[in-house]
Design a binder for this molecule. Structure first.
Ligand code: UGA
Length: 427
């Protein structure tokens, strides 16, 4: 099948490379000439495990192409995916300006009937708008399919190729079937539904996962006031298959380009329809509080933080990505900086991106060098390289042996036995 993917961000590039790997001819389109030139040279704009190799292989095998020529890509393809960004607008709703620009371009360059697949995260009802906007510019038949993406940064390729489910929403059965056929090689459930439900499934899923995280974080807050350990509680809850064990990790808050934005957007959709999505307001409130916790815990322990040397482990919003969007590290470091702390931050991949947002702090590549004379260590992102540290060695170098484990990844008893003051979240 000949496919065009418009937008080479996370979703577009991963989808394009994966569809090519499944044997389709895929043309990825972007307005950014530099990005396209780099992609042709195998230079990937984001850090995503496995993506570089997949792009290189399929580009060399001539199944994956990159261009800025949207006219050519549209004319040559039967199925066109829209995978451009839907940034948050001032009122919290997803901004559809890039989606609508793409619709106009598609409409103006349609040379036959096409299937337009919306992969961008868009509010309920957008499918109809896409149909109407494209149809303003063409006489050809336009079938719109909503096909939300559920991949996670850091495991995007794997998530795409081994999905829990694929959701396809369309008013046209044939169009839905054509898109479903693209996913047939993947061994997963394909749910075909109406476009509005498909659009809603995306927001509802992200909002639910964010709710699960804030829920366990509230349980953690109560655990701290008792003898309970939230890790044991989450395990016990998660063993109930109705609850499930994923996304029950208490910590210093969720970030990224999706949960914060989507939780706001679905509230805005609801509000516009005359309904207040109250739970989600609390979900956001809890998440904001979680981001403030490491600083609160440190102040409780150290008092005035002025001149105190604090080492921050992990900057990216989660492990295996260089993405700093809404990362908890930003709030934490800004708070420490305001209190006059002397900060050294370490991240295996996100350091350069972090420097743009947090220029006033020191950065290092070595945990063991950084901890010399440190008053405390805060784990913010649970990168693998931070999990197996030699805490005996670290403890000997530190001025005071305090550790804030913002992701509950360390063995609290072991650290205590090494003389550390261990401050986890809810344990
Ligand atoms: C999320 C969803 O998981 C994907 O299914 C969805 O496709 C994507 O958003 C999207 O809409 O594009 P992502 O933002 O890449 O994916 O990252 P997640 O793995 O979901 O983590 C989000 C945040 O939640 C991270 O900051 C992570 O540290 C935090 N988190 C996650 C917790 O605090 N506790 C947990 O138990 C799980």
């Amino acid at each position: 099948m000949k496919i065009a993917v418009i937008g080479t961000g996370y979703v577009g590039l991963v989808a394009g490379a994966c569809f090519a790997d499944l044997g389709n001819k895929v043309i990825c389109v972007d307005v950014d000439e530099n990005k396209i030139k780099n992609l042709e040279k195998g230079i990937i704009p984001i850090y995503e495990p496995g993506l570089k190799e997949l792009v290189k292989k399929n580009f060399e095998d001539k199944r994956l192409f990159f261009t800025t020529d949207s006219k050519k890509a549209i004319e040559e393809s039967k199925i066109i995916f829209i995978a451009v960004g839907t940034p948050q607008s001032d009122d919290g709703q997803a901004d559809l300006k890039y989606v609508m620009q793409v619709c106009e371009t598609i409409g103006k360059n349609m040379n036959e009937s096409k299937i337009i697949v919306d992969k961008s995260t868009v509010p309920v009802g957008t499918s109809k708008k896409v149909q109407e906007t494209i149809s303003k510019f063409t006489e050809h038949k336009v079938d719109v399919v909503s096909n939300p993406e559920f991949l996670r940064e850091g495991s995007a390729v794997n998530d795409f190729l081994k999905p829990d489910r694929v959701v396809i929403g369309s008013a046209d059965k044939e169009a839905a079937k054509s898109v479903a056929d693209l996913y047939k090689p993947l061994d997963c459930e394909i749910l075909i539904t109406d476009p509005e439900s498909a659009e809603m499934i995306k927001y509802a899923s992200n909002a639910f996962l964010a709710t699960k995280i804030s829920f366990i974080n509230e349980i953690a807050a109560i655990c701290e006031k008792t003898n309970a350990d939230v890790e044991a509680v989450a395990k016990g809850m998660g063993l109930d298959s109705r609850i499930g064990k994923q996304f029950l990790n208490a910590g210093c808050g969720y970030g990224g380009s999706c949960f914060p934005k989507d939780v706001q957007a679905i509230q805005k959709t609801a509000r516009d329809l005359g309904y207040e999505f109250d739970i989600l307001r609390e979900v956001e409130k809890v998440n904001k509080y979680q981001k403030s916790l490491p600083l609160k815990k440190l102040e409780n322990e150290l008092g005035n933080l002025k001149g105190k040397k604090i080492v921050v482990l992990g900057l990216a919003f989660k492990a295996n990505t260089d993405d700093m969007r809404e990362a908890s590290s930003i709030e934490i470091i800004k708070g420490l900086h305001e209190k006059g702390a002397d900060i050294i931050a370490i991240d295996p991949i996100a350091k350069e991106n972090a420097k743009q947002l947090l220029p006033k702090i020191n950065y290092s590549d070595s945990v063991y060098d950084s901890v010399k004379g440190a008053d405390a260590l805060i784990l913010v992102t649970d990168w693998n390289e931070f999990l197996e540290l030699d805490f005996e060695k670290i403890g000997k170098e530190m001025n005071s042996k305090i550790i804030v484990d913002g992701r509950n990844v360390y063995d609290k008893e072991k650290l205590k036995s090494l003389g550390f003051k261990y401050l986890g979240i809810g344990r």
